[in-house]
Design a protein around this ligand. Structure first.
Ligand code: SF4
Ligand code: SF4
Length: 375
């Protein structure tokens, strides 16, 4: 058996659904696009991930000759109804950026160890343009929504790439857009206009990005979500699936009858938006973190997102929970609870806002309360 065949066998035996191999060549078009749209992508290009450096794989690993791309099917099992429309499917799968102590992180580690035991020098390619790598490795074609589509999986696959120093047998590239020519369903369905033309997405307007990437400290990034985006977030608290669920190429997978996942069902039973808004540390650690560990690293960001979702429900039944949140230690939580109270509106929400304004000392929160009172 050749080394390539051996690697592919091991990947499939480990639970990956697809595996392909491409030469470790540069990604100049991707680098040019990131540079051209630097204002949109500063949060990424200037982050410690250094994605521009990764567009030249040999810069990151001088001996690199091949890219091994493996694909994990994130939608093999059913997602709980209770979480649909709130948490994106790829996050519910707990595959994305999984830590080593979780099964999906351990699988990635096993794959790396196998490649090493096979005599390869290996680097887990953290910021290679993975979708492009998968298309080069013959595993996927592009959709106009910027996702890649895998045979039988739709866009519900996640790619992990490994740089290795061995020359392998390369697969034939499938690099192309494979959508019906007149289809624009994803662009039409995007609630914020983030998908502004085929294959172009502005992350600053994307609900998924606003849910999780607005973490203070990264360059060009703040925790502030513009009010116009908040309203479009609806009930999403981590991710957004709209440009994938509106896609005809995903309908076969979305309509498949799948077996429920016991762990997800348990977490879904524990899921409660009001509890999330006023989350204790224990509730955050036990019930929320396992579904949100990839990007949201602090409780307050989920509390913020819960406040937005409750505000968008326009349901006055949530005014007591939002009133409690107006006494939260974190100004961020108080700010978004104020916005939510303004969004729900009515006499009792207004009374809460007026009373909180009298005692609020943080300027940014006061501004949110005043804005909410003007609605
Ligand atoms: S994830 Fe949602 S907001 Fe972002 S581009 Fe897709 S549909 Fe638009
Ligand atoms: S919705 Fe249509 S245009 Fe968008 S990715 Fe799917 S098939 Fe392509």
């Amino acid at each position: 058996m050749s080394l390539t065949a051996d690697i592919k066998d091991f990947a499939l035996d480990s639970g990956y659904s697809l595996v392909g191999v491409a030469p470790a060549e540069n990604f100049p078009e991707y680098a040019a696009e990131l540079r051209k749209r630097n204002e949109m992508y500063r949060f990424y290009t200037e982050s410690p991930l250094r994605p521009l450096d990764w567009t030249e794989p040999k810069k990151m690993m001088p001996s690199a000759k091949s890219i091994v791309a493996v694909v994990f099917d994130v939608a093999k099992e059913a997602f709980p109804e209770k979480l649909i429309g709130k948490i994106g499917r790829i996050y519910m799968s707990r595959y994305y950026i999984a830590p080593r102590q979780r099964i999906n992180g351990a699988r990635r580690q096993l794959m790396k160890e196998f490649l090493e035991k096979s005599g390869c020098e290996v680097t887990i390619a953290r910021a290679i343009p993975e979708r492009l790598a998968a298309a080069r490795a013959g595993l996927a074609t592009y959709g106009k929504n910027t996702f890649v589509y895998f045979d039988g999986m739709g866009s519900f696959g996640l790619v992990t790439t490994f740089l290795v120093n061995a020359e392998l047998e390369y697969d034939t590239s499938t690099m192309k857009v494979d959508c019906p020519p007149k289809c624009t369903a994803c662009i039409d369905a995007c609630p914020t206009g983030a998908l502004y033309e085929p294959l172009r997405m502005d992350p600053r307007r994307c609900i998924a990005y606003n849910c999780f990437t607005t973490i203070d400290g990264n360059p060009g990034v703040t925790s502030y979500i513009p009010p116009a985006i908040r309203e479009k977030m609806g009930s999403w608290i981590h991710g957004c699936d709209v440009c994938q669920t509106s896609c005809p190429r995903n309908q076969p997978r979305l309509k498949m009858k799948l077996t429920p996942n016991a762990y997800l069902e348990k977490k879904a039973q524990e899921f409660d938006m009001v509890k999330m808004l006023n989350a204790t540390d224990e509730y955050y650690q036990v019930s929320l973190q396992p579904l949100t560990y990839n990007y949201i690293k602090e409780k307050k960001y989920l509390q913020r997102n819960a406040a937005i979702a409750l505000g968008n429900s326009l349901d006055s039944a949530y005014i007591p929970a939002l009133t409690t949140a107006m006494s939260d230690f974190e100004p961020l939580v108080r700010s978004y609870a104020a916005w939510a109270l303004g969004r729900i509106g009515g006499k009792s929400a207004k009374q809460v806002l007026e009373s909180c304004l009298k005692r609020e000392t943080v300027e940014s929160v006061r501004m949110e309360i005043e804005a909410a009172l003007r609605v």
